[in-house]
Design a protein around this ligand. Structure first.
Ligand SMILES: NC(=O)C1=CN([C@@H]2O[C@H](COP(=O)(O)OP(=O)(O)OC[C@H]3O[C@@H](n4cnc5c(N)ncnc54)[C@H](O)[C@@H]3O)[C@@H](O)[C@H]2O)C=CC1
Ligand SMILES: O=C(O)[C@H]1O[C@H](OP(=O)(O)OP(=O)(O)OC[C@H]2O[C@@H](n3ccc(=O)[nH]c3=O)[C@H](O)[C@@H]2O)[C@H](O)[C@@H](O)[C@@H]1O
Length: 439
């Protein structure tokens, strides 16, 4: 297939922007990535990537070496040559729960007069329904099209997800601009959904909120299993074989988190409220997720506590994992960190190990002491708590852990461990959606 090389500017070099820029360069396009963070741009210009994403640093290095990928600080200075400009800036949760569009709007104002005739402004950031239309008004140019092209990559597998997407969604009022954006991805061979901009914007929230609701359902089912004597692993295995249900996103845990599911569920609540729709189902999914974290803390207090109801005063607990999921160093809205904070509020002293984190991470100050391995975290602890599903936790040396633990108990909030291996080492296992297995 013939590949048309496009001149592309990507604004914002975070998980989405950097992955988009590096991957589009690897597909043969000429990409300039810009960011307001000058130090980050200096590092990226030396192919130094400061997020944990398999394959990303290699792609950045290849892009720099080939000359197809460059990094700059000021966006306005480089868009004049661009055929397409991708906005990949943050849209964090605002004070009212809705998406804060300040960065999207400020970049638009900064670049609108520099955009060349025929340029397409592509909204890759997750934005509420109607934002592309509002941005088009802000651009004030009939010769510049605004197209919605939401991103569905996951952290920890961003490059793979970008290059092997389940689908590409492009939303626009204009057929020509939408087709130009879709053509960028033609080599990936993914199904392409061409819709209007509002529908494309809604697809992004609809998908993330569906996943969040699915997880809240599974976590609630796990609680029901605990109360009724069923085993959640067997239940989800039985459900997952039904292709209409699917096997993925059925693992119970300490609640769902990360930089997107929490903010996007709240944003869709605000979007619903704005049009007078009471999205009770989604509200329940959100509150059930808050409750899930508290339920885990109660479970931990019961298993590791000092016998006094709800108090963990002076109780030392070893923590395995703090990031919001395995394979990432991202702590944004991490359920593991939320549980850790609640444990500290109840008086616990936490010593934690996480393979993705450095001891000087500023988010951890005053919450946990970070150590270099699981055995140091377990030393003299009244119990161990597994909060993130890192693969390496599956192969821990349980006799070695049992020898250093004060209290022979582990609360496995991700059902990651083999309870039988743990029990044989003399440690009691408390999972989720399953009766405890006592040593
Ligand atoms: N993180 C993820 O897995 C996914 C995120 N998204 C969405 O993509 C958007 C970006 O998210 P992330 O990449 O996670 O954000 P991030 O926080 O990792 O990176 C954002 C980058 O934008 C830069 N930036 C901020 N304001 C800027 C400005 N005015 N001009 C230029 N650069 C600016 C920041 O310095 C930072 O480098 C959000 O809307 C998010 O909801 C969508 C799919 C996946
Ligand atoms: O918009 C976004 O930012 C992205 O949000 C999620 O991706 P991500 O935040 O990387 O994380 P997920 O892999 O979806 O996990 C989200 C949370 O659910 C939890 N989870 C996931 C799956 C599961 O079975 N059980 C479970 O508890 C994870 O531990 C994590 O806390 C979506 O999966 C992406 O498609 C989307 O692009």
């Amino acid at each position: 297939m013939r590949v048309f090389t496009r001149r592309i500017v990507v604004v914002g070099t975070g998980y989405v922007g950097l992955t988009t820029g590096a991957c589009l360069a690897s597909l043969g396009h000429r990409v300039v990535c810009s960011d307001v963070d000058a130090a980050k741009i200096r590092r990226l210009s030396r192919a130094s990537v400061d997020i944990l994403e398999p394959g990303l640093e290699e792609l950045v290095r290849d892009g720099l070496d080939s000359g197809r990928l460059t990094f700059v600080v000021a966006s306005a200075s480089v868009v004049a040559e661009a055929e397409m400009v991708f906005l990949c800036v943050p849209t964090p949760m605002g004070a009212d729960g809705g998406a804060d569009l300040a960065a999207v709007e400020s970049v638009t104002r900064e670049i609108r007069d520099q955009l060349p005739h025929g340029c397409v402004l592509v909204m890759k950031s997750t934005v509420p329904v109607g934002t592309s239309a509002r941005i088009a008004e802000l651009v004030r140019r009939s010769d510049v099209a605004v197209v919605s092209n939401p991103e569905f990559l996951r952290e920890g597998s961003a490059v793979r997800d970008f290059l092997r997407p389940d689908r590409i969604v492009v939303g626009s009022a204009g057929q020509d601009a939408a087709e130009r954006v879709a053509a960028l991805y033609a080599r990936l061979g993914a199904p392409t959904v061409l819709v209007d901009a509002a529908s494309a914007e809604m697809v992004k929230y609809a998908a993330n909120c569906f996943l969040a609701t699915k997880l809240s359902y599974v976590n609630a089912l796990a609680e029901l299993c605990e109360r009724s004597g069923a085993n959640i692993a067997d239940v989800t295995a039985g459900m997952g074989h039904d292709r209409r249900v699917g096997r993925s996103f059925l693992r119970p845990g300490p609640g769902w988190g990360g930089s997107c599911l929490p903010k996007d569920t709240h944003a869709l609540m605000r979007i619903s409220e704005a049009v007078g729709f009471d999205f009770a189902l989604l509200r329940a999914a959100i509150s059930s997720n808050v409750r899930q974290r508290e339920r885990m803390v109660d479970k931990i207090a019961e298993a590791c506590g000092n016998g006094r109801a709800n108090s963990l005063a002076g109780v030392r607990i070893g923590v395995l994992g703090l990031t919001f999921k395995a394979g990432t160093d991202d702590l944004r809205d991490s359920p593991a960190l939320a549980v850790a904070r609640l444990l500290v509020e109840r008086g616990a002293e936490l010593v934690a190990y996480d393979p993705g984190l450095r001891a000087d991470d500023p988010h951890l100050e005053g919450i946990v002491t970070l150590v270099d391995d699981a055995y140091q975290a377990a030393k003299s602890a009244a119990g161990l708590v597994l909060l993130t599903d890192w693969q390496e936790f599956r192969t821990l040396d349980w006799p070695r852990l049992a020898a250093v633990l004060d209290g022979p108990v582990v609360v496995d909030t991700r059902n990651q461990l083999d309870p039988e291996v743990v029990r044989r080492a003399g440690v009691s296992w408390h999972g989720v959606g399953h009766p405890p297995i006592r040593a």
